[in-house]
Design a protein around this ligand. Structure first.
Ligand code: FAD
Ligand code: NAD
Length: 540
């Protein structure tokens, strides 16, 4: 705890678990080197200094022109996709389910010269989930985080069919799926069948409720665009209702009590965003109420963020304490009622906590379609949390179905990083499979022994498909007051860092990982708008 408070008071620091390298040494060396250069320059003859200045000016000038030119080219290319080849009946068809991290990364990388591709997803866009908590308080607009699937599909070399629909049934025997249009607007057809040669399942997971009574009815989840919008509306509704004349002080306290259940990264990031909104905006616009707003985080385990290093857990908990965010650890929610939750305290006693807004973030569970498919492979599909796959992401029990991302059950955590790497890997495998099939056909057609053995050698290489290997790039989490934490792989160990500087890193990491130049421009603009104008407090 002492270390944690030191961390908090400094605002930013880095702790190296293995091979410790004092950061001050880096800093001293850095400054020393810079000073030395400055001194050398100062004692250099005047003309040399001028020529260096001119070079620098030219570099900046041409650099700017080149960046603007490149930006304009990227935008132009994005808005003017070239003509595409038609679907080719002689090629195999891959049906891709979902438009999240796994499926979109697959779609982006799959080579449509080799395959016909069909995408089925109930939402016609990709969502950059890491910044979704920022949308719940209006730091970022949800539209800045989405990328329509057709923007990606239209840039493939061959036409890609995109159907906004839900896959409601998979028939592995007939190799076909049933899709249903569950959107509000329906035409004369709303159910259809699509045959496949290969099926790629990237349908993610749904919110875990553990069957706890009242969660679905009264809680707000934080997974999709509409969840963030619902939270934002409900939050402002609670505040405006608390401002209604004649409200009892007990009711005001309840309405202004925002409770978050689940101390994983989703719950922590939401609580952090809410805190910032309260301090930056609500205090100015609701001076009589802002002081009464309370944020509480309820976590069943002994601490929040169990997947992060101990120093960062302590740092987060002490930062939350400074921010007046109450954390109840070892406290399990047992029931959710309309205006209160029933919890089990660490000593086993039951208690109730009144709330105005309840955000439920207790992780993932398998979707009904996944469970339905598992039931069709009773011998091989025995893991409850998702689809069992081999090291090549092939569904256990099937040759032509693949599963990836949160829909699959692997040794990796259900994260965007894993899902994106799996999608890219699977696309590469498909290219290798296409090459293998082509070589097999060519080897059969070979007329001479020499030609056949040459093809066989190439075939051996094409058949050697490497298993999926995950490369962890680190974990980041925003904890409020312009502070973030980061657990980064560093050599054989781990670099744990927290504070304001880490927040700058968090921002740059997410901006560079955003899907497109369009998303990057929009998110940076949103951040700028928030800094200059503050957040919008309108209820809608
Ligand atoms: P998803 O991204 O959930 O996509 C599933 C897709 O399948 C969706 O398009 C959905 O509409 C579609 N679908 C659903 N049902 C069907 C059906 N029946 N038929 C067809 N399509 C269907 N991970 C990180 O690594 N870093 C982070 O910072 C991070 N932050 C997060 C913040 C939040 C608020 C949340 C909720 C998650 C965060 N994650 C983060 C986790 C990450 O978002 C998930 O691990 C990731 O989205 C999984 O990708 P996926 O493609 O498997 O599933
Ligand atoms: P999670 O599974 O990481 O955490 C859920 C938490 O809820 C757990 O700590 C659990 O103990 C607690 N919980 C469960 N039931 C409870 C109950 N009845 N009462 C009180 N507490 C209860 O879930 P998440 O935060 O939604 O994250 C899901 C996945 O997405 C994880 O893999 C996570 O790493 C990833 N994610 C990552 C980031 C990031 O890297 N910044 C952000 C969000 C999500």
């Amino acid at each position: 705890m002492q270390a944690a408070s030191r961390l908090a008071s400094r605002g930013s620091t880095a702790l190296l678990r293995s091979a410790r390298q004092p950061s001050s040494t880096f800093a001293r060396n850095g400054w020393g080197a810079q000073q030395f250069r400055l001194n050398t320059t100062a004692s250099s003859p005047q003309p040399k200094k001028t020529s260096k200045w001119v070079i620098l000016k030219n570099v900046v000038k041409y650099g700017l022109v080149a960046s603007v030119g490149y930006g304009a080219y990227v935008m132009y290319e994005h808005r003017h996709p070239p003509a595409q080849e038609q679907l080719d009946p002689s090629k195999k068809t891959i049906v891709v389910l979902g438009s999240g991290w796994a499926s979109t990364s697959f779609l982006k990388a799959v080579d449509t010269d080799h395959y016909n591709v069909v995408v089925v997803s109930p939402r016609n866009y990709f969502l950059f989930t890491p910044l979704l908590p920022s949308c719940t308080v209006g730091t970022i607009d949800v539209r800045s985080l989405v990328e329509p699937v057709r923007f990606i599909a239209r840039h493939k070399s061959r036409e890609v069919k995109v159907y906004e629909a839900e896959c409601t049934e998979i028939d592995p025997e007939k190799k076909q799926i049933t899709i249903t249009d569950n959107s509000e607007v329906k035409g004369s057809a709303s159910v259809s069948q699509i045959p496949y040669d290969y099926l790629v399942i990237g349908i993610g997971a749904m919110n875990q409720t553990f069957g706890i009574k009242g969660v679905e009815q009264y809680g707000c989840f934080l997974k999709e665009v509409w969840d963030a919008q619902k939270i934002r509306t409900k939050l402002m509704d609670c505040i405006e209702t608390a401002a209604f004349p004649g409200q009892s002080s007990e009711e005001i306290d309840r309405l202004l009590h925002m409770v978050v259940v689940g101390g994983g990264p989703t719950g922590v990031e939401y609580a952090a965003e809410l805190h910032d909104f309260l301090v930056d905006d609500l205090t100015a616009w609701y001076p009589e109420l802002a002081g009464k707003v309370k944020i509480t985080l309820v976590e069943a385990l002994p601490n929040v963020l169990p997947a992060f290093s101990k120093q960062l857990i302590d740092y987060t908990e002490s930062t939350f304490k400074e921010q007046n965010i109450t954390i109840h650890t070892k406290t399990m929610v047992k029931e959710v009622r309309e205006k209160e939750i029933v919890v089990q305290r660490p000593d086993g006693t039951a208690d109730t906590i009144p709330y105005g807004l309840l955000v439920w973030a207790t992780g993932n569970t398998a979707r009904p379609l996944v469970r339905n498919l598992m039931a069709k492979f009773p011998e091989t599909q025995t893991i409850r949390r998702g689809l069992a796959v081999d090291d090549w992401l092939r569904l256990a029990g099937s040759e032509n179905i693949f599963a990836l991302g949160d829909a699959s059950a692997t040794k990796y955590a259900p994260t965007a990083q894993v899902a994106a790497q799996q999608g890219k890997y699977l696309a590469r495998i498909f290219t290798q499979m296409a090459n293998r099939d082509k070589l097999e056909a060519e080897a059969q057609m070979a007329t001479t022994e020499e030609e056949r053995s040459k093809k066989e050698r190439k075939l051996a290489k094409a058949r050697d498909i490497k298993p999926f290997h995950y490369s962890h790039q680190g974990s980041l989490c925003y904890i409020g007051s312009d502070k973030a934490i980061a657990d980064l792989p560093f050599g054989p160990g781990n670099l744990a860092s927290g504070g304001v500087a880490t927040y700058a890193f968090w921002r740059s990491a997410y901006v560079s990982n955003l899907f497109s130049t369009r998303n990057r421009t929009l998110v940076i603009t949103d951040w700028l708008k928030k800094t200059l104008l503050g957040r919008d407090i309108s209820r809608e």
